[in-house]
Design a protein. Sequence first.
Length: 79
Amino acid sequence: MNDSFITALNTQKSTQNWMDVIADNMTNIYTPGFREKQVNFKTFLGGAIADDYDKKISQGKSTPGTSNDNLFLEGKGFF
C-alpha cells in the first residue's frame, strides 16, 4: 500500500479513538465514581497512532449531595 495512505488511515483511527474517549468522558461527567480517560499518542513512521489511554485515579471534586443514598470517599479508596 501507499505509505501516505497508511499514514492517513492511522491518523483517522487515532482521531476516532480520541473522539470516542472525549465523548465517553463528557457522557459520564456526572456519574459518581467515574474516572476520566486520556489518550496517549506516539509517532510511528510519520503517522500518529493511539498508543493507549490512561485513567486518572486522583480524587475528584467534592460536592454535597441532595439524596440520602449519596456516597463520597475522601482520600484513598474505590467503590
